[in-house]
Design a protein around this ligand. Structure first.
Ligand SMILES: Cc1cc2nc3c(=O)[nH]c(=O)nc-3n(C[C@H](O)[C@H](O)[C@H](O)COP(=O)(O)O)c2cc1C
Length: 159
């Protein structure tokens, strides 16, 4: 059965999610890369694994593969600008942005709700996307902030 792509996207958009920016340092050029990703999930508690899904042709795929590590920056409600920035033109993503290196090097974005420092344990092809599985090694948290929520193609205003 062939699905209508618009109906498929709409159906998937009914699932509310948080928003992350996946970051890494591209070791081939020693520059940061990052991309907005909502397809993030916890995977395992022991060992502590998470996963995210990235389009196969995405600008960050080869950099994350070469780095072998990444950071998951879980965005706070007041970071819609960062979500849009890291889904926009690659050349603007890091402009005038102060970031800190986690142990191991992956960039932590200022103001993120939680930052997970991970090493890549596996990549698995999934249709036109790649599933990156990572083991979490470091955790940073910002107290008191609320999460950014994405639903139906828009950010949800929390009451
Ligand atoms: C809220 C939001 C969630 C997104 N989630 C994903 C995602 O889970 N996986 C993905 O590959 N792209 C996702 N995108 C699109 C990417 O951020 C990006 O624009 C696209 O993948 C192209 O990547 P590139 O510009 O790095 O090549 C999302 C964009 C937005 C605004």
């Amino acid at each position: 059965m062939s699905l209508d792509p618009r109906s498929f996207r709409k159906a998937l958009g009914s699932f509310a999610s948080g928003v992350t920016v996946i970051t890494a340092i591209d070791p081939r050029v020693d520059l940061p890369v990052g991309v907005t990703v909502s397809a993030f999930s916890s995977l395992s508690l022991d060992p502590p694994l998470v996963l995210f899904c990235l389009g196969q042709t995405g600008s960050c795929v080869s950099a994350i593969e070469a780095a072998g590590r990444f950071a998951v920056n879980i965005l706070a409600d007041d970071q819609r600008d960062l979500s849009a920035r890291f889904a926009g033109p690659v050349e603007d993503r890091w402009r005038d942005l102060a970031w800190e290196a986690l142990p191991g090097g992956a960039p932590a974005l200022p103001g993120a709700l939680t930052v997970l420092g991970c090493t890549v344990t596996r990549t698995v092809p999934g249709g036109d996307h790649l599933i990156f599985i990572g083991e979490v090694e470091t955790i940073r948290s910002r107290e008191g902030a609320r999460p950014l929520i994405y639903h139906g193609g828009a950010y949800l205003d929390l009451p």
